[in-house]
Design a protein around this ligand. Structure first.
Ligand SMILES: [Zn+2]
Length: 544
């Protein structure tokens, strides 16, 4: 049995380099807590010398109990011109009081001379001093060899000398970094093997753990990480969902799934792949990025089947078109409702949503209805809530929680002022009619506000619902008489999100349909009961 492969998470440091990703201190602590629960053995919390937020993270982390993880602080080797004990960055690393310090330094001579303005020997001394100082302060030291592979190609002897300098000073892990992310797998493996045999071949060499840290610029980060494991690396650095600068870091979600489900290497965290989908979504939620539907293993579409043949085959033998059982990673097979899919697809999708079609609706009839609506511009692929309502409306005993009787929208812009929109809606709920108006910064925003104001008088729960995303697309209808507009609205209540669709030749009408579905869905799914709450709303009896 080989030594276990330990994952090292740097979502909180390298992951936050991604353009458009920002996290608060609270966010960082939440993610770290979740990674610890997940069993992550190493969590790199940040770069204490670089910004106050990271220093605050370590101050907070000190007082917390970590069940599985050892926290690492990250920083550069000492400055060329300063003594290690006077170096501000090194001091910040020590003050972070983490069990591990991960030092990073140059191993590409061009960077040493061109970027640091140091000589080859000065850089080796900077590595040795910094590792030894952190070690003397009682920390375990991992050493990240920045640009190792590019450096090796430029000057193998110097790159290896850097690795030796860190090892000789006491680093327990030597982490080879493909910082620019451009290495092809065979080249990367060749360099790892050559480096290992040189460094391990030194007489009396102390044992070290080899690590790998790669970026995804050639879209090989996961493949290169797995290949590095096969070449002897036992620490794999990466981020959740592959977040990171440019094209991202190696994605630990896929790495863990691949290692655990498809290889014999023991890996830590172990036995946790069933939580990967949840973990991926949780981190996306905290960093406020939409989960990638097409992310391998954990994306919403990772096991979605659309085509008629795939769909029908999957309905018969679930594994016929998927590489693993999606339940292993906490995901699910999804039959996409689409005009390409036949009635087997439609029936299966309905059943997955908990609806028995037998005796309620003929699957063929439903499939034809879906096809007709899609030919008119709707698409239920990205709008499962509208699809579910479609079935629900067939079921006996269902009465909609409200009816929209009328609505108007006025948009005006006067004398160069800002655009202003006002909407009025008239809704009927259990025999009472309420007429309300609301303003908004655009017609859909105003309609949304007016609808929720009206319905909120009957169903206060709707206050918690909000619009997350609004997408408009022009689609060619089959009739080709007029362009139709498809609107997809994504709504959220707490952690729940759902999507609804509306289509029409008129964008406002399409929006209103999607909006109405969204609110009806929220009320039905939430089991909302009528709770009139506000005496100040005046309603009139419905006209008979
Ligand atoms: Zn990196």
């Amino acid at each position: 049995m080989s030594e276990p492969v330990l994952l090292y998470d740097t979502t909180l440091r390298d992951g936050t380099q991604r353009e458009g990703l920002t996290v608060s201190l609270t966010d960082k602590l939440k993610i770290a807590r979740r990674l610890d629960d997940f069993g992550m053995p190493f969590i790199e919390g940040g770069w204490p010398g670089s910004n106050p937020k990271d220093s605050e993270f370590f101050a907070a982390a000190k007082g917390m109990t970590w069940r599985n993880a050892r926290i690492a602080a990250f920083g550069f080797t000492r400055n060329r011109a300063s003594r290690v004990e006077d170096d501000a960055n090194i001091r910040a690393l020590i003050e972070a009081e983490t069990p591990i310090i991960t030092l990073v330094g140059k191993s590409w001579l061009m960077h040493v001379t061109g970027v640091l303005g140091a000589t080859a020997d000065e850089n080796l001394a900077m590595i040795g001093d910094s590792v030894a100082y952190c070690l003397a302060a009682g920390r375990e030291v991992f050493y990240d060899l920045e640009h190792y592979f590019d450096g090796y190609r430029d000057d193998p002897a110097y790159a290896i000398a850097c690795a030796r300098a860190a090892r000789d000073a006491g680093a327990t892990a030597l982490v080879l970094c493909d910082t620019n992310g451009g290495m092809l797998t065979d080249d990367l493996v060749g360099i790892i093997r050559a480096t290992r045999s040189a460094v391990e071949g030194d007489p009396g060499a102390p044992p070290v753990t080899w690590g790998i840290h790669v970026h995804n610029d050639a879209e090989l980060a996961v493949a290169n990480s797995i290949a590095a494991v096969a070449a002897g690396c036992r620490q794999v650095q990466g981020t959740i969902n592959g977040y990171g600068e440019r094209c991202g870091n190696a994605n630990l979600i896929s790495i863990l799934a691949n290692l655990e489900l498809k290889t014999d290497y023991p890996v830590v965290p172990s036995g946790k792949v069933g939580e990967l989908t949840d973990l991926s979504n949780y981190v996306a939620e905290i960093v406020n990025l939409n989960p990638d539907d097409h992310q391998p293993y954990v994306g919403r579409s990772a096991f979605a089947h659309k085509g008629g043949i795939h769909g029908a085959a999957t309905a018969k033998v679930e594994m016929s078109y998927q590489h693993i059982d999606p339940k292993l990673v906490g995901n699910e097979t999804r039959l996409v409702v689409s005009e390409l899919g036949g009635k087997a697809n439609t029936r299966l999708r309905a059943e997955q949503l908990g609806h028995r079609l037998e005796g309620v609706v003929d699957p063929k009839e439903l499939s034809q209805l879906v096809k007709r609506l899609e030919s008119e511009g709707a698409s239920f692929e990205g709008a499962e809530a509208s699809f579910e309502l479609l079935i629900r409306r067939y079921e006996t005993g269902y009465s909609p929680p409200f009816d929209v009787l009328d609505f108007t929208v006025i948009i005006e812009q006067r004398e160069g002022q800002e655009l202003r929109a006002e909407a009025t809606v008239k809704v009927e709920v259990e025999g009472e009619v309420l007429h309300t108006a609301a303003d908004g910064n655009g017609p859909v925003n105003a309609l949304d506000a007016a609808m929720r104001k009206a319905l909120g008088a009957f169903y206060p729960q709707l206050d918690a619902v909000h619009l997350v995303d609004y997408k408009v697309r022009i689609v060619d209808s089959a009739a080709a008489t007029a362009a139709r507009t498809r609107v997809v609205i994504e709504s959220a209540m707490g952690a729940d999100t759902w999507s609804t669709v509306g289509s029409d030749t008129n964008i406002i009408m399409a929006s209103m349909k999607a909006l109405t579905d969204s609110l009806e869905y929220a009320l039905w799914k939430g089991g909302a009961e009528l709770r009139r709450r506000d005496e100040r709303h005046f309603t009139t009896p419905a006209a008979k």
